[in-house]
Design a protein around this ligand. Sequence first.
Ligand code: 5GP
Length: 186
Amino acid sequence: SEGIVLSEKVLEVDSFLNHQMDPVLMKEVGKEFARLFEAEGITKVLTIESSGIAPAIMAALELEVPMIFARKQKSLTLREDIYVEKVYSFTKEQSNDVTVSKKFLFPNDRVLIIDDFLAHGEAALGLARIAEQAGATVAGIGIVIEKSFQSGAQRIKETGYRGESLVRIASLADGKVTFATEETVH
Ligand code: 5GP
């Protein structure tokens, strides 16, 4: 009810997730991710700045493990101390170098990747590549809002990672949000 449909492809949720943040809702989001992934032996939660941080820290708090947020940087000269992956930004329509310090991810880590939105899976799969560069295991991908009509969910499925989305949107057509569960069965 608070989401604003900006186009057939973009939903604005600035009132509770992307600008103003609702801590009570984020706490529940964290609890739900922790419940979904509690059997996976998660040792680190990994997200990307900035909107992934709130749901990720709440999940990490519930799981009692550290949370790492990858940094977005314009362009980097070669550095030995960081993992780097190129990630195309759905909202900014440009590629960023996404980086995580080698100090915080290790081969024995079981990583839970968290993000606010899933569109084409660029951010989530870029984070997964960073975890794999470290030799760590991607134990799951948790998304707050999945737009099921874009390619990300299918791409995650194809990689074999376990993906869980708390909200699934089937369509943003006609200026309204249609949830996947509300879809009529053809
Ligand atoms: P993807 O990498 O899956 O293509 O897109 C996900 C990223 O783009 C998320 O980190 C999120 O910040 C942003 N994003 C994608 N779609 C939307 C949207 O409809 N609304 C908002 N607010 N952000 C989006």
